[in-house]
Design a protein around this ligand. Structure first.
Ligand code: FAD
Length: 407
């Protein structure tokens, strides 16, 4: 039987950040992902600067090797079918990346052992109940569920089939040819955000170098295809995107932090990122919350010093709520009549002050919310009988059969 101090299921931003931090804390970490990297992930690829800080990635280092990194210094916003406002800043306030490049980069530098192209197919308690047996071949005291919205670890912790108030989104990302590039009026430094009049979702149009990403996300998945179609037609009629833009729109679902009621910890189990349902409610930004939840989880795991009983992992839930707000509550806009929301939307979205200060700087960019402090790996003496050890300065502890190499 293979062993690992922790098995991370999913190698997206939540999984790779968990893996990196647990490796730094001295654990032997194995990441399973059903996909082979580089893999595509439906996502606009808009990333706030705090994410680079939290991942300890220098944008210039990232750009090396020809990866797409589009600086964003402005946003164009408006109601779909209406007029737009442009809001700009003197420096980049966000970046545009391509997920297949970004996720591969983060996963490769996590330092963990990787088993890509390997799905989680079974998860069971060992006979003596002290560890998890993953895919009948790997024994581990800790499983991190980072498999996105449909994460099998989240299902095992929460049970399947529960109706959840998901955001459903569809998008198309394609490389434009020269003619399409000339016919595209979207400015790379100024992505466009177009809001539905009922404020239940928004569409985006995002140019990253030679790539164009167009999509729309909504809180009611039934209306999605109609809203997306109307949005794309509006963009074409307004000459924002080439009229011959065609391709397969790919969809995915995710949960906003306030509406998620998923349990996030269990015995020897922690959920991070979309598996826990953590996207910011106003913007749907989920990369930052994926990374931050992974940092919070890794800290709690390190503090538990090998005792991964649910009580020792419970502080993680509390820290999530301190950071992302109370879970399982209704959003304020859902409590107002729809007519009032539409009238309010028209007034607010034409206000320059509201758009800059509230919509963009507070809700989308979270400028007042500094990057989560990411201290160096926590160290501490092993808990008696825990079987898992953390790095003490200058000591190289090894767990089990010579795994867990620690620097
Ligand atoms: C259309 C769309 C646009 C978006 N745009 C943005 C944006 O611009 N900016 C932003 O911040 N957020 C955006 N989001 C949200 C963001 O994409 C997610 O919140 C983010 O990807 C969550 O990261 P994660 O690591 O939790 O999960 P994921 O990135 O989904 O990674 C999960 C990983 O788990 C693997 N996996 C799944 N099942 C298994 C299994 N059984 N066994 C093993 N591995 C498994 C998958 O292959 C995948 O690699 C968007 C979402 C959508 C749907």
């Amino acid at each position: 039987m293979e062993t690992a101090d922790a098995v991370v299921v999913g190698g997206g931003p939540a999984g790779s950040t968990s893996a990196r931090k647990l490796r730094e804390a001295g654990l032997d970490v194995l990441v399973l992902d059903k996909a082979v990297f580089p893999r595509d992930k439906p996502c606009a690829g808009w990333v706030t600067p705090q994410v680079f800080e939290e991942c300890r990635v220098d944008p210039e280092e990232y750009r090396l090797g020809g990866r797409t990194l589009q600086p964003i210094t402005a946003f164009r916003t408006g109601l779909i079918g209406g007029r737009e406002l442009e809001t700009s800043w003197a420096r980049p306030v966000s970046w545009g990346i391509r997920r297949r490049e970004f996720d591969t980069f983060l996963l490769a530098r996590s330092g963990a052992r990787l088993k890509t192209g390997t799905a989680l197919t079974s998860l069971a308690r060992s006979r003596e109940g002290a560890s998890w047996i993953v895919n009948e071949t790997i024994a581990t005291p800790l499983v991190i569920g980072a498999g996105g919205h449909f994460c099998p670890v989240a299902r095992s912790l929460n049970g399947g089939g529960m109706p959840e108030p998901v955001v459903a989104a569809q998008e198309l990302e394609l490389r434009m040819d020269d003619r399409q590039s000339r016919a595209c009026a979207v400015v790379p430094e100024a992505p466009e955000l177009w809001f539905c009049r009922d404020l239940r979702g928004y569409g985006w149009c995002f140019r990253k170098g030679e790539y164009l990403n167009v999509g729309l996300g909504r809180e009611d998945r039934n209306g999605l295809p109609g809203h997306l179609n109307a949005f794309v037609e509006f963009l074409k009629a307004a000459n924002r995107i080439p009229s011959d833009l065609r391709g397969d729109y790919k969809g995915h679902a995710y949960l906003l932090a306030p509406s998620s009621t998923r349990r996030v910890t269990g015995d020897g189990m922690v959920l991070v990122g979309d598996a826990a349902g953590l996207a910011w409610p106003e913007s749907g930004e989920g990369i930052r919350t994926a990374v931050e939840s992974a940092l919070l989880a890794a800290r709690v795991v390190a503090e538990a010093r090998g005792d991964y009983g649910v009580a020792r992992l419970e502080p993680y839930r509390q820290r999530l709520e301190e950071r992302f707000g109370k879970r399982g509550r209704l959003r304020w806009a859902r409590q107002l009549p729809e007519g009032l929301v539409s009238a309010l939307a028209a007034v607010l979205m034409s206000s320059r002050a509201f758009t800059r200060r509230v919509l963009l700087e507070r809700w989308f960019l979270r400028m007042g919310m500094a990057a989560l402090e990411d201290p160096p790996a926590m160290v501490g003496p092993p808990q008696k009988g825990s079987g898992t050890y953390f790095a003490l300065p200058g000591v190289v502890p090894v767990r089990g059969a010579g795994k867990g190499s620690v620097r």
